[in-house]
Design a protein around this ligand. Sequence first.
Ligand SMILES: [Zn+2]
Ligand SMILES: [Zn+2]
Length: 290
Amino acid sequence: MFVSFVVKFFRLLSFPLVRGKNFSTFFIFGKASCTAAPYIYMNVFTNLFLQAKEFLFPGACALCGCSLIEAEEIRFSLCLNCSDGLTEALRRSDLDSKCNLCGKPMISEIETCLSCRNGEARFFERLWVLFPYIGNFRKLLTAYKFGKNLALADFFAEKITGLLKDSVCKEIPDLKNAVIVPVPPRPGKIKDTGWDQVERLVNRLEKIPGIPIVVRCLKRRKSKVQKKLDRQERLENLKGRIYLNKAYTPQPVYILIDDVITTGSTLEVCSAALKSAGAQKVYCICLFYD
Ligand SMILES: [Zn+2]
Ligand SMILES: [Zn+2]
């Protein structure tokens, strides 16, 4: 109980905006700080409220619901059993056996699946995905995205950091000039809900020297709800609606982060926007493939 109290207290204090991670981003890109300021404060209050709730009420595992006791359990909002199970599932899931353009598991193909090979060219160079969007993995994202279980951002961020260090940085030689950016949320989402799940987890990634994190540089205009649209309709729906904010200097290489890939159209439109702004290469990382 005492350990739980101490961990929660320090997590409350270690809120990323307070630690200056986001502030430094906004100060670097000074022009953006003026327009983004109200959203930062709203984000601070919403997140402080959610973290205060976690602090006052003892947590339960996001998957099995058992009480969390160990500091490591509280940190990720997952009991050791569930956390170990997910890590083991990730270890077993071979990154090389998934298509590097759509993320779907392949049977006998190498690097790219047959349907991607026969389809239209994508705007990004490569995609890495971690988990299938089924069973416990789906439950995990639901608890994070809709249940606002903020501690899960640290779990996801740790897995993405591992992927970046162990695979992406080793396989891609020109990553020294890269910038990590989240896929932008729908317009008004941060204003309405006070947060965005992808931005939050990107802000929780461990800093990798030479690869800065920049949030809110990609902007998104209003479009139809994507859920029931197929890939072509989604591409049409988003065409020209995602763009790089003029306040940001375009970079040669980007690493785009998203939570779920369904048809890949959002990543494609983001990549197309970055390339039309001057990017040479865009790599993508997604937590789940649907
Ligand atoms: Zn559990
Ligand atoms: Zn594919």
